[in-house]
Design a protein around this ligand. Structure first.
Ligand code: NAD
Ligand code: IPM
Ligand code: MN
Length: 364
């Protein structure tokens, strides 16, 4: 039996998590395995209840679990707290740092048949694409010290430190090349080596690692060009290897060109194979509480959890197929529809129900 710590969090987090739990129950039933889920408070919701975005009881629950399924944290209510108390810094970065979840994988795919979902021009989206963003998740300017503010008046400064060590770059680069070997054998490493010392080291170390994978096509791109190339022709990419900050930004582009921020799942893994699984998007305060959020990124994150942490690849595939069939059959939340068709949008729970029904009736 597997134990899952479920941290739904804030905004749309709890709404989409209900659907992910329904889908997990459906595959557990279909594939005859036992999953125990335990809910824990996190983020702004935990601040309101416990006075802390990452309470001890939540951390202990995560430590005892086989995997963490995370929703999203943050929102205007908690945005003006001191930085270290904010939900994003304290809870999300706290968990990533604590478990050393340095490898964040964000798979963005657009089937040619679903090209109309994309915001790209139709001749570009018609090609489809399958991009895996591998984002380093525990280094870079997110975690570098010193970080803070000092001085007063017009002389006040805010500062963050961008750091990477050889060790950090090497371990993520190896995973990117190994992932490419199982896919389309191409790695694009993203940096800003024309300006940043961290990027110069990044480029040098990635090149050294690349020599060990002679059959993988390898290129460097500056991050500004990479952003442009993603919207010009995403089909040219296979694995995009990114430092933390650039991967954050590029993965939002990847999400939108597949159709919506609400479609992109992610897996964050450490070197022991322990993982936290979460949508790439956030708590979406603008649509929270209305039952209209897209649950697919959360549901596909649960599928990644089944694949990477629980060794249930068939169940993961069944979820991915059921999601594909929802998209194919126009079972779409409002974010995936043009304005004039939004009156036909499905609700969060209608999409979740459809996916569960597809799983229940699938031939396995
Ligand atoms: P966001 O990703 O929450 O929202 C950006 C836009 O995408 C919004 O218009 C939102 O409605 C839409 N969107 C996102 N997910 C969607 C979904 N599932 N279905 C339909 N539409 C969806 O980004 P933001 O507005 O910049 O941030 C809001 C809060 O979320 C902030 O506090 C931010 O720090 C936090 N955040 C948290 C996480 C996380 O917990 N993993 C990730 C990103 C942002
Ligand atoms: C993400 C989010 C987080 C990040 C924020 C909320 C700290 O944007 O997971 O993409 O920047 O990593
Ligand atoms: Mn982000």
């Amino acid at each position: 039996m597997s134990n899952i710590a479920v941290l739904a969090g804030d905004g749309i987090g709890p709404e989409v998590m209900v659907e992910a739990k329904k889908v997990l129950a459906a595959v557990a039933d279909k594939f005859q395995f036992t999953l125990k889920t335990q809910d824990y408070d996190v983020g702004g919701a935990a601040i309101d209840i416990h006075g802390n975005a990452l309470p001890d009881v939540t951390m202990k629950g995560c430590q005892a679990a086989d995997a963490i399924l995370f929703g999203s944290v943050g929102g205007p209510k908690w945005a003006n707290l001191p930085p270290t108390e904010q939900p994003e810094r304290c809870a999300l970065l706290g968990l990533r740092g604590h478990f050393d979840l340095f490898c964040n994988m964000r798979p963005a795919t657009l089937q040619p048949a679903l090209s109309s979902l994309s915001t790209l021009r139709s001749d570009i989206s018609a090609q489809g694409f399958d991009v895996l963003v591998i984002r380093e998740l525990t280094g870079d300017i997110y975690f570098g010290e010193p970080k803070g503010r000092k001085g007063e008046g017009d002389e006040e400064t805010g500062f963050d430190s961008m750091f990477y060590s050889r060790r950090e770059i090497k371990r993520i680069a190896h995973l990117a090349f190994q992932a490419a070997q199982k896919r389309n054998n191409k790695v694009t490493s993203v940096d800003k080596a024309n300006v940043l010392a961290t990027s110069q080291l990044w480029r040098q170390v990635v090149e050294e690692v690349a020599v060990e994978y002679p059959n993988v096509t390898f290129e460097h791109l500056y991050v500004d060009n990479a952003a442009m190339q993603l919207v010009r022709d995403p089909n040219q990419f296979d694995v995009m290897l990114c430092p933390n900050l650039f991967g954050d930004i590029l993965s939002d582009i990847c999400a939108m060109i597949t159709g919506s921020m609400g479609l992109l799942p992610s897996a964050s893994l450490n070197s022991d194979g322990f993982g936290m699984y979460e949508p790439a998007g956030g708590s979406a305060p603008d649509i929270a509480g209305q039952g209209i959020a897209n649950p697919i990124a959360q549901i596909l994150s649960a599928a990644l959890m089944l694949r990477y942490s629980l060794n249930q690849d068939n169940a993961a595939k069944a979820i991915e197929e059921a999601v594909g069939s929802a998209l194919d059959n126009g079972i779409l939340t409002a974010d995936l529809l043009p304005a004039e068709q939004r009156s036909n949008a499905k609700t969060t729970s209608e999409v979740g129900d459809y996916i569960c029904a597809q799983i229940n009736t699938a031939n396995i």
